[in-house]
Structure formats: C-alpha cells, structure tokens
Design a protein around this ligand. Structure first.
Ligand code: NAD
Length: 437
C-alpha cells in the first residue's frame, strides 16, 4: 500500500518505519526542515532503541522516504496518518493547531479515489468528525473523504516493539470501507484489533492513560500511608499485584508520572469530562496526588540533610523514565523547581545516561549536567535517584562512598537494594519503605 505519515516525532517515525518494514511504500513528512534533514541522514530526534536501524532498513530498501510539507507522495497515498503533536494547556485543553495545519495540506487523491485519513495523534472526542467536515469543506464535492481514529498506545523506550507487538490496535471508523482498509493494514500484526466508532476510539485513548495515572497515584498515596503507619510499601505492592484483578504493573511508588502523554491525557480527560457534564473526580484526584510528590521528596531531603548549611545535591537520572531522553513533564523538572524554591542557594548537579544537547537546553539555569555519574556525584551531600536507569542501579556502595561528601541516597524509584547499601555504610532512603534497621 502507499502510505503517508505527517509528523515525524516518535509516533510518526515509528509508524512510518514500521509500515515500511512490513513492505509498504511510505512517505513521512514534517514541517520542520532541520528535523527531516537530520532524520534523512540517520540522526533521529528521539532516543529510541532500534528505531534508527528500522528507519535505515526502510530507506536502504527504497520503501521509506522523508520530506518537508506537501508532496506528490501524499496525493498518491491510500492512507494518510496524522501523527502531529497535540500538546495540552495546564488546564487540559488539547491544542489542535498542528492537526488543522496538517489537514489543510491534504488535497484530493491524485487518482480521484476516496481520501482515507487516520488520526494517530491523541485528540479530544469528536475530533475525527470535525476533521472530516473541515477537509470535506475544502475538497470539491466529487471527492470522498473518510477520517478514522487509530489512537497510538506505544510506550517510549519500547516504540519499535510496540509497533510490531502492540497490546491492541483500535480502529474507530464511520464506514465499512474505511474500517476494511485499516484492518488490512494491521491484520499482519498478531494482536487484538478492536473495531469501534470514532468517538469510542478517541475516548479509549484518554481513558487508558488516565487509568494508568490513577494506578500510579494510588500507589504513591499508599506508599505515603505506609511510611506514616510503619508498613513497607514494596511488600504491599507485591501483595496487591498478586491479585489478578489488580495486576502487578504500575504499582511502583516514587516521584510519580510524567512524560508527554500521561499527565496531559489525564488533564484532557478531566477537562473533557467537566465540559460534558460527567466529572472524572478520580482522575482529577490522581493529578493532584501526583503534583505533591516533589514536595514530599524535598521534605525527605530536608530531614536527611538537617543542620547542614551547604547543600550540594545530585539528581541521578532526568528523563521521565529509562530508555528515553524525553524530559516533557518529567518529574525531575518539577523536583528541580521545588528544590530551588525551597533552598535558593542549593547546588544541583545531574547525570542522565541519555543526556544530549536537547536535554541540556531544557534544564533550568544553575543545574550542572555531567557526562558520568562519578562527575555528578563528586562532593555531593546527597543524591536523589530520579530515573531507574540500569547504569544508575549499578553504582556500587564503594563508589557512592568515595565520590560523595556524604553517601546519602534518596531512592525516588525504589530501585536500589536499600538493605545492601545500608549494610555497607550508605544511607539509602526509599519511598514507602521501612527505615533501615
Ligand atoms: P512530537 O511533538 O514529538 O512530534 C510531532 C511532529 O509533528 C513534530 O516533529 C512536528 O514538527 C510535526 N508537525 C507539527 N505540525 C506539522 C504539520 N502541520 N505538518 C507536518 N508536521 C508537523 O509528538 P509525538 O510524541 O510523536 O506524539 C504525536 C502524537 O501522538 C501526540 O498527539 C501524542 O499525544 C500522541 N502519542 C504520543 C506518544 C508518545 O509516547 N510520545 C504515545 C502515544 C500517543
């Protein structure tokens, strides 16, 4: 099939490279010329395992091409995926400017057949219908248009795997013909393909991410209660997770959820729900519970460093999770803001294995970003584990003791062996854990 993908972020690139690998002819466009130039020469804008190799394979086979803006390839495409950004404001309004702009690029199909547009971007309920009406209004009446909703569920850090082995594919369509074409595209993947209407597909995406946010906030509030009552949250999480009705995933306590999707999608759901007159009080509480976690961590730091006038603190990890360099709505940024507000003279250093130029640019002034854990930890009074990268989990007690002024570790992801560290003279304080004996 001839496919076009508009938007070359992690979602668009993965979709484009994935379908090219499945044998389709794919053209991927972006409005950012620099980005396209970098991608074409093999330098991807995101740090995603296996994606560069997948894209290169498609380019080498002549099945994947990149370009800027409109192109004859879009005119010939049997399906056009829209994978542009849909950022949300702080009060949950999803901004659709990129989507409208991308849609306005789309003319009729060169062969006169019906235009099929698949929305991959996360959007408010009713967007596919609005988009279809907008495109119909622009095209001469003899051209047919179908807009379907095919929401993206990939996880950053696992994008390539999630393309080929998705947990599910959701196809929201209004016509049998459109559903059939999309089904043909996805049938080759061994997964459950759920056919539904467009509104249900759009809401399912927001509902999925809000459900994850709720689970994480529940875990964090339970961890706080564990601390207050002298219980051990990791044991409680284990016990909860053994119940198949609850399941073991997303029960870890720590610095909370972040990233480009969970926070914004949860906010968007809450706003949409309040406009629709069906308030989502649980999702709303999950957002509030997440927002206080940096304060909780700062209080722990205060207790650990009490009486110390000079404070030099190292953040181990900055990305919102391991396997990505993404800092969008990362807990690290909220924590930095909280620490700077509380302790105006604090010295902050940081290390992240995925550190790159883009990450450096996003860090607030006054945070020293180092290329190794050793450099970042030298002379530190305390360290906070923000991202559970394998490289960070492997730092030995001897290294902490020899590099830091005081080997005090606040494990914001409960990813270290606190007992082993404590036994070797490193103070390791987890989240929701019993204090070391
Ligand atoms: P992104 O912001 O990284 O990339 C979007 C790309 O679209 C950018 O490169 C931008 O230059 C380009 N663009 C903007 N306007 C354009 C236009 N008019 N024409 C052509 N290109 C244009 O976004 P992303 O992280 O890839 O996410 C894309 C969508 O998928 C969002 O709606 C997001 O919520 C959703 N989503 C993201 C993830 C994720 O893990 N990042 C997962 C699931 C769903």
């Amino acid at each position: 099939m001839k496919i076009a993908v508009v938007g070359a972020g992690i979602v668009g690139l993965t979709t484009a490279a994935g379908f090219a690998d499945l044998g389709h002819q794919v053209y991927c466009s972006d409005s950012d010329g620099d980005k396209i130039e970098r991608i074409s020469s093999g330098r991807l804008p995101c740090w995603e395992p296996g994606l560069a190799e997948l894209a290169k394979r498609g380019q080498d086979a002549g099945r994947l091409a990149f370009g800027v803006g409109a192109s004859p390839a879009i005119g010939e495409a049997e399906v056009v995926f829209l994978a542009v950004g849909t950022p949300a404001t702080d009060d949950g309004e999803i901004l659709l400017a990129q989507l409208w702009e991308a849609a306005d690029l789309l003319g009729p199909r060169t062969d006169g057949a019906r235009r099929l547009i698949a929305v991959k971007s996360t959007v408010p309920v009713g967007t596919a219908e609005r988009l279809e009406a907008r495109i119909r209004a622009r095209l001469p009446a003899e051209y047919g248009v179908d807009v379907v909703s095919v929401p993206e569920f990939l996880r950053e850090g696992f994008a390539v795997r999630d393309f080929f082995e998705p947990s599910r594919v959701v196809i929201g369509s209004a016509t049998h013909e459109a559903a059939e074409i999309m089904d043909r595209l996805y049938r080759r993947l061994s997964t459950t393909v759920v056919h539904t209407d467009r509104r249900s597909a759009e809401l399912a995406k927001l509902a999925s991410n809000a459900a994850l946010a709720i689970k994480i906030s529940y875990a964090n509030e339970m961890a706080a209660l564990s601390e207050q009552t002298g219980a051990d949250y990791p044991d409680i999480a284990h016990i909860l997770g053994l119940d198949p009705r609850i399941g073991p995933h997303f029960l870890g306590a720590g610095l909370g959820f972040g990233g480009s999707c969970l926070p914004k999608d949860a906010r968007a759901l809450v706003r949409l729900a309040s406009e629709a007159g069906a308030p989502q009080t649980v999702a709303s509480a999950a957002i509030r519970a997440n927002a206080v976690l940096p304060q909780r961590m700062a209080r722990k730091l205060e207790a650990a460093l009490s009486g110390l006038s000079r404070r030099r603190v190292t953040l181990l990890g900055l990305a919102f999770k391991p396997g990505t360099a993404d800092l969008r709505e990362a807990p690290s940024l909220r924590l930095i803001a909280e620490l700077k507000k509380r302790y105006p003279g604090i010295g902050l250093a940081a290390y992240d294995p995925a550190v790159d130029v883009a990450m450096k640019r996003q860090l607030p002034a006054g945070v020293g970003l180092y290329g190794s854990a050793e450099e970042a930890l030298r002379g530190a009074d305390a360290a906070i584990v923000v991202t559970e990268w394998p490289e960070i989990r492997k730092i030995s007690p001897e290294d902490y003791k020899s590099w830091m002024s005081r080997p005090i570790i606040l494990d914001g992801r409960n990813c270290l062996d606190a007992h082993a560290l404590n036994a070797q003279g490193v103070v390791c304080i987890g989240v929701g854990r019993l204090p070391a004996a």
